[in-house]
Design a protein around this ligand. Structure first.
Ligand SMILES: [Mg+2]
Length: 168
């Protein structure tokens, strides 16, 4: 389906609480408000796509298989709450100028793979590199999830994911 709008989400610190290199289901904890945001975005016609740096793989903290198993678990958690995740792309590398955020490669791959209208899409992440990657990829509006940031290239800084619902 061409020209779909997407809500691009970072994973750690945006979907799940960032406990440093999460890959075990028992370490999973929702960031408050993310389910509500995803429900609202889905209702508004956005596809939900996860774009995530996973240098823990190259660092040897966990394997691709561990990552895939966790993402399957995460997808099931969303599905149990009525939310369909279109897909997830990750960069396993520690040093990478193409796909690892702030590089835009994964966003561009997602745009091609799922026919995304980038200018009409949104991104949300908890690091400035998430914002930079979205901007470089041509995502129309890029939001930073932070309760403390004051200096950001983001379209706006939001304190909770739910704050983004007003901008859908
Ligand atoms: Mg993050």
């Amino acid at each position: 389906m061409p020209d779909c709008r997407a809500l691009f989400l970072d994973r750690d610190g945006t979907i799940n609480v960032d406990k440093h290199y999460v890959y075990r289901p028992e370490d999973f904890e929702w960031v408050p408000g993310i389910v509500e945001l995803c429900r609202a975005a889905q209702s508004a016609g956005y596809r939900i796509i996860i774009i995530t740096n996973q240098s823990g793989i190259e660092r040897g903290y966990y394997s691709e298989q561990d990552y895939n198993a966790f993402m399957q678990f995460l997808s099931e958690q969303f599905a149990a709450r009525g939310i369909h995740i279109t897909g997830a792309l990750h960069c396993p590398l520690l040093h990478d100028d193409v796909n690892r955020k702030p590089a835009p490669g994964l966003f561009l791959q997602a745009a091609a793979k799922w026919g995304i209208d980038m200018a009409a899409s949104l991104s949300l992440g908890d690091k400035e590199r998430d914002v930079r990657a979205g901007i470089s990829a041509g995502v129309g509006r890029n939001y930073l999830l932070s309760s403390t940031a004051t200096d950001s290239a983001a379209t706006a800084v939001v304190a909770t994911p739910q704050d983004l619902i007003a901008f859908l």
